[in-house]
Design a protein around this ligand. Sequence first.
Ligand code: ATP
Ligand code: MG
Ligand code: MG
Length: 547
Amino acid sequence: CGESVKEASDGRIDTDLAKGGRCHGQKVLTRFPPEPNGYLHIGHAKSITINFGLAQKYGGGCNLRFDDTNPDTEETEYVESIQEGLDMEKCKAGGKPWVGEPVYASAQLRCDYFQKMYDFAIDLIKHGKAYVDSQTPEEVQKNRGGGPNNLPGVPSSEKLSQCEGNVFCTCCTKVDSPFRNRSVEENLRLFEEMQAGKHAEGSLLLRAKIDMNHPNMNMRDPPMPLELQKLTNVCTGFDLVITTELATAGRPPELQDAIEGVTHSICTLEFENHRALYDWFLDNTSIVPSRPYQKEFARLEVQGAFTSKRKLLRLVRVGVSDRNSVTPWDLVEECWREDLEPISKRRLAVLDPLAVEIVDYEKEEEIAGFSRNVFIDRSDYQENPPEGYFRLGRIGSEVKLRYSYVIKLEEVVKDAAGKVVKLKCHDPSTRDVMPADRKPKVIHWVNAKDCLDAEVRLINPLFLPIPDPLPEGKDWVEYMNPEAWVQCAAKVERALGQCVLEDRFQFERCGYFVAWKHSSAPDYDCFGTPPKLTFNRVVPLKESSDK
Ligand code: ATP
Ligand code: MG
Ligand code: MG
């Protein structure tokens, strides 16, 4: 992501600062605006790194702005989780000056900003740059053109082949509103009446007066309704919020940026077509306190994952019955391994335990943690081993138990159903020395006498490769990886009983794991000790040719 910071600044900020340019005299201020309708995902990491990274680099600041204007989908849980994810408290305590206090869009709109938004609307009306329209919202949308393919609810039989259905589509005639030339006085009167609730909701609409023939549909007199809405604000508990499309509804909030003193409003590429409007609003009034500039960057897309909350939420809800590129999953895993390698303690854990009895091992051994009965991983034994299989298979085959003895398979014990339940082995007493004449494979194991039970979850990519384009009649949801979440009843070495939440481990030969909270168990006690040992696999070790 360091690369991203370089890429996003794109010389723009340097130029601004050096030439006494656009944001001259102001401290660089960026913002990270998550909507609290889901948890942070890996895509957000890119935006976080760019926004906080630029703030740090230029000695400025970055506001965490909760874009909490849609109470139907937002939850306090997400507000908390996002702050936790960003480590806000730690950053502030650690004196990171670029981390600002969180701001809450809806609370700001309701309190501090509403008057400014309102004044801004009046200013536009007074300068003949906004008018009150009495057309229905449907008429407005139709008359703005963009072709029928751009309108909601148009049956495919009525879609036109020449209509591109995007914001630049010009296939339809644009029709001026019959109310476009209302006088300033009439507009002011109607707008005041709207605010006083004298007109039925939705019967009047404030529109920016820009250009009905503009190639970009966003510029064809966009509606900017200011209306009262009853909202329950998840962040602040306020329950009446005046909302305005000037600040919400899928467009970058230029006025909010301006009021907060944001200098660089960095967003993802889908907002590129909105930049003209962003600039128009700011350039057509004299009353904005500062002039932010919008800059777009490509979303982070990672193979096997979805980096959009809209899609992630759809998965949760159905309950599961410019140059965009896709980062290979392997690369993501490699980064995780690099990160985890130096901080993870090495431990032994057997994910799919198979009992092994070392039949001639009688004496009380002096090495702690070893006894007559151990568990090895079921995958280290094969009943019908293929050619070139070097672990336990045929009677007489040998392996070396890591840090311990070489054992030789003598007998396979099965239950009534024919399942292998135990291997009886013999110990040729080779502790910590490899036999000179042969080189048995080293495998991991735990001592049956004092190991602990643990729930281990193997978390794999959520999706199998999804063909692009999707085959006719297929939905991407059908490409879910059935092994995205594999639960194991594991046996782990005793020392792991001391772990605390979020401790990182490398389980030898298995991968990197994090001590996690068991969802159905009571919370951690005040020492942070987990009530039931649970580990999530962050990433497996690199594929090995370990036969
Ligand atoms: P949705 O897909 O439903 O719009 P989202 O995943 O974009 O949701 P937001 O809460 O709107 O989530 O995102 C907060 C910020 O993070 C936005 O500025 C957005 O541009 C950025 N962001 C979100 N996803 C990505 C991504 N995949 N790559 C880079 N930045 C992202
Ligand atoms: Mg959003
Ligand atoms: Mg988004």
